[in-house]
Design a protein around this ligand. Structure first.
Ligand code: DGY
Length: 325
């Protein structure tokens, strides 16, 4: 009998074809998440699940999936999975690192440029037909040259963001992830790590003009940026978050933005997606993107393809290509 696999959301047809040549696939082709109850019934009898960050694969789901051998999460983050429960059952868990690094670093830069040059505000003004015409001091932003970019989390994506800073003339500082053992994650870049100054998080926060978050969500990083951290930031600095929403305390951020403790924030991720703190909608000094970090056709296809290759490898008795660390 061929292995039974659940794919929880739509993936590119070319990648699905490859999976279907090796497995019987229960596909949920709609691009909405399966409800927890439906997920619970559909994992029964499956040897593999290809999941997305919107699927909560907790202990109950893992318990119901008695035949499960691999969970292949189509994301670099895996905070939606109960790793302990999976490991206790000997289930392999994989993610999709590397293939989305460039796309996510590019999006981070799009946000850095957009918030420091007030593009969101400008676009809203033009769209509501409220532009009075060119003015000398209209929507003045912050120039990046000579300023400090502080990267929190020195993994693949943090380093890729740092590597893009040079043409903008920014000094780069980084604070490695709290409680992380070992050095930076991921293979070293062929050109060597980007030039950057290591510093403790507190100093990075108080000296950087742009602070960009690149840590995974763990117990240690939840609300890493809370009220005291925001209060420590430079007046006039910007906060960028393309990592995971709960890394920033959204209510504290609203407080900091309202009180102008920082100049602005650009967010791609939120504490309770797709819900967003209601006050953020009314603040001009925040740019809100809908979790677009890896949203390029190239990256998303490569992510699905890597997940499928992990599934096929594990189901055929080979080691996974990208097990979660
Ligand atoms: C990931 O892969 O973790 C991203 O958040 C998806 O865009």
């Amino acid at each position: 009998m061929r292995p039974q696999v659940l794919v929880t959301r739509k993936i590119p047809a070319s990648v699905m074809v490859r999976l279907e040549t090796a497995c019987d696939v229960d596909r949920h082709d709609d691009d909405t998440p399966l409800s927890p109850d439906v997920l619970l019934t559909r994992v029964t009898g499956k040897q593999a699940i290809l999941s997305m960050l919107t699927d909560q694969i907790g202990a109950r789901v893992i318990e119901a999936a008695t035949d499960l051998r691999i969970i292949a999460n189509i994301a670099v983050g895996y905070n939606n999975l109960d790793l302990t429960a999976a490991r206790a059952r000997g289930i392999v868990v994989t993610n999709t690192p590397d293939v989305l690094t460039g796309a996510t670093a590019d999006l981070t830069w799009a946000l850095i440029l957009a918030i420091t040059r007030r593009l969101g505000e400008g676009e809203r003004m033009v769209r509501r037909k409220g532009w009075p015409g060119w003015a000398f001091d209209q929507l003045l932003g912050m120039e990046l040259r000579g300023r400090q970019l502080g990267i929190v989390g020195w993994g693949r994506i943090g380093q890729a963001v740092a590597a893009r800073a040079e043409p903008f003339g920014m000094h780069v500082a980084y604070a490695a992830r709290p409680h992380r053992r070992g050095g930076p994650s991921g293979p070293p870049s062929p050109s060597g790590p980007p030039v950057a100054e290591p510093m403790p998080l507190d100093r990075l926060l108080s000296t950087s003009d742009v602070v960009s978050m690149h840590v995974p969500l763990t117990d240690e990083t939840r609300h890493l940026i809370d009220q005291p951290a925001l209060a420590r930031m430079k007046r006039g600095a910007y906060l960028i978050n393309t990592s995971r929403g709960p890394v920033v305390d959204e209510a504290a951020l609203v407080w900091a933005l309202k009180n102008r403790l920082i100049a602005g924030a650009a967010l791609d991720v939120y504490e309770a997606e797709p819900r967003i703190h209601p006050d953020l909608f009314d603040l001009e000094n925040v740019l809100l993107a809908p979790h677009l970090g890896s949203a390029t056709t190239d990256a998303r296809t490569a992510m699905a393809d890597l997940a499928v290759r992990n599934v096929i490898a594990v189901l055929s008795g080979a080691p996974p290509l990208t097990p979660v660390p």
